[in-house]
Design a binder for this molecule. Structure first.
Ligand code: ACO
Length: 465
């Protein structure tokens, strides 16, 4: 491992570990149960299944599981970690960090010298944690050890139109120099603003207050701003989608990702439609020339036309990254990194080497960034990374599909027992993946005790109990 005091090369992601709950509800069944028109969740929102946690899992257990699974895989030992950052908006304690809970996993190694703490702003906390960890490695404070970033959340909504856009999951990322996925220097566009589009003012509830339409407007407008800044270069030549090999998005629901990519093409088109109109890639879009970007957010004609025009590129460059978003749902801070893991799981190392992966991160309230990774040209290094997530499709298949009525009951139980102390969770341990940590009890002082289900990563990969 590099220990020199020079600015290290290729700082970025060395390894990834993904965890999501084993229980899910099917969106077609949910449409019927909710009494809405067939296709609303599946076609309208682009969703297939939604992962959810029973009362056995909370933010601590999700993070304990994903970090221990990464250690079990042998990619790094606890004593090799010098910084641990957690990005989450799932708060069970207003003072004690999730990171401090994770320090239990370091106790046996004797390593208590671990900087970093939690970062919160809706779905953006994971990205901020990643930027902080990378900045530490590039700083004079770096001591040569790895940084570990955990993005994790439980996304649940009150019953109603936002509920089908829930989900849950955790992604752990090991950061260091000489990484197969290196953060591209200078390739970052950020937009921050005050908005009440989605927020959690009721500290006794897991549910947010959401203005759905405003949240979509904020998301798309923030993306426009980030794209303009991300792509602006000193040579005055704005970067275009042609120079982005793959793109991952924060995914509240997959249809928004499709619309977002189409909108990036709209950005390119309005900035420079020539010479691609009439015979080129913008053929048929001439009627949109001269439109003002800010007036097109909810313009259905524009949206449809650019969705269609961008579809071939979307299918190749974005579609593979939507696996977990479609199958698990919104994982809030983990959503963007679940998209990255999906892309790595579905593409062959040879298709990834030397490529640019753009990453759009959005957190309501609001904070957003568009940045990129350069994939190493070393096939073996990339293959090592993709192997660590290649089991994800199998892991998805081994889930238990719970009927919507049972799911609704579980949501009600979570509602009634959230912050209850003392409390003994009741859900069946059999519903968890092997190796998952789970909440065993909460005592009268709100202290949470966790246990781990037997079995490790190899059984998890095979979907075995
Ligand atoms: N068949 C096919 N499509 C259908 C059908 C049907 N039977 N019925 C409706 N649709 C389409 C609609 O036309 C609409 O598509 P469009 O937006 O492309 O026109 C889509 O399904 C959704 O229908 P709406 O009526 O717009 O849905 P609703 O208003 O009930 O809720 C919303 C959608 C706002 C996304 C809600 O789920 C929500 O508030 N979610 C949480 C907020 C959110 O995720 N925001 C995104 C960014 S912020 C974040 O990440 C939290």
């Amino acid at each position: 491992m590099e220990t020199s005091r020079q600015w290290p090369d290729r700082v970025g992601i060395l390894a990834l570990e993904v965890y999501f709950p084993r229980t899910c509800v099917n969106h077609t069944e949910l449409e019927t149960f909710d009494g809405c028109s067939a296709g609303k969740y599946t076609i309208g929102l682009g969703q297939t299944n939604m992962g959810f946690c029973t009362d056995r899992e909370d933010i601590h257990s999700l993070c304990l599981t994903v970090v221990q699974n990464m250690f079990d895989r042998g990619v790094a030992r606890p004593d090799e970690i010098g910084r641990l950052e957690v990005g989450t908006e799932t708060i069970v304690d207003k003072s004690k960090s999730v990171k401090s809970v994770l320090m239990q996993l370091f106790a046996a190694s004797g390593n208590t010298s671990v900087e970093g703490i939690d970062t919160t702003n809706a779905c953006y906390g994971g990205t901020s944690a990643l930027f902080n960890a990378a900045a530490w490695i590039e700083s004079s404070a770096w001591d040569g050890r790895y940084a570990l970033v955990v993005a994790a959340d439980i996304a649940v909504y009150a019953s109603g139109n936002a509920r089908p856009t829930g989900g849950a999951g955790a992604v752990a990322m090991l950061l260091g120099p000489n990484a197969p996925l290196a953060l591209e220097r200078g390739m970052r566009g950020t937009h921050m603003e005050h908005a009440y589009d989605f927020y959690k003012p009721d500290l006794s509830s897991e549910y947010p207050v959401v203005d759905g339409r405003l949240s979509i407007q904020c998301y798309l407008t923030a993306m426009d701003k980030c794209y303009q800044r991300f792509g602006s270069r000193t040579d005055k030549k704005q970067l275009t989608l042609d120079e982005i090999d793959f793109a991952c998005f924060h995914s509240p629901f997959t249809k928004l990702v499709q619309k977002s990519y189409g909108r990036l093409m709209l950005n390119d088109f309005l900035r420079d439609p020539s010479p691609n109109t009439s015979s080129g890639k913008y053929a048929g879009l001439e009627s949109f020339l001269g439109r003002k970007l800010e007036e097109t957010v909810f313009d259905k004609d524009v949206e449809k036309a650019f969705l269609k025009a961008s579809k071939p590129m979307y299918d190749e460059r974005v579609g593979p990254g939507t696996l977990l978003g479609t199958q698990v749902g919104n994982m809030y801070t983990a959503s963007l990194y679940g998209s990255l893991a999906s892309l790595l799981a579905l593409k062959k190392p040879e298709q990834l080497v030397g490529k640019r992966i753009a990453m759009f991160s959005y957190g309501s309230g609001l904070a957003s960034s568009l940045y990129s990774f350069n994939v190493s040209s070393d096939v073996a290094a990339v293959a090592k990374l993709t192997t660590s997530v290649s089991h994800l499709p199998k892991m998805l298949e081994s889930r238990t599909k719970v009927p919507p009525a049972e799911f609704a009951k579980m949501m009600k139980l979570r509602e009634e027992t959230h912050h209850l102390a003392p409390y003994k969770p009741v859900a069946d341990i059999d519903l968890l993946y092997p190796g998952a940590y789970y909440l065993a009890s909460v005592d009268d002082k709100h202290r949470r005790q966790y246990e781990r289900k037997a079995g490790g990563t190899s059984r998890l990969e095979n979907g075995q109990d």
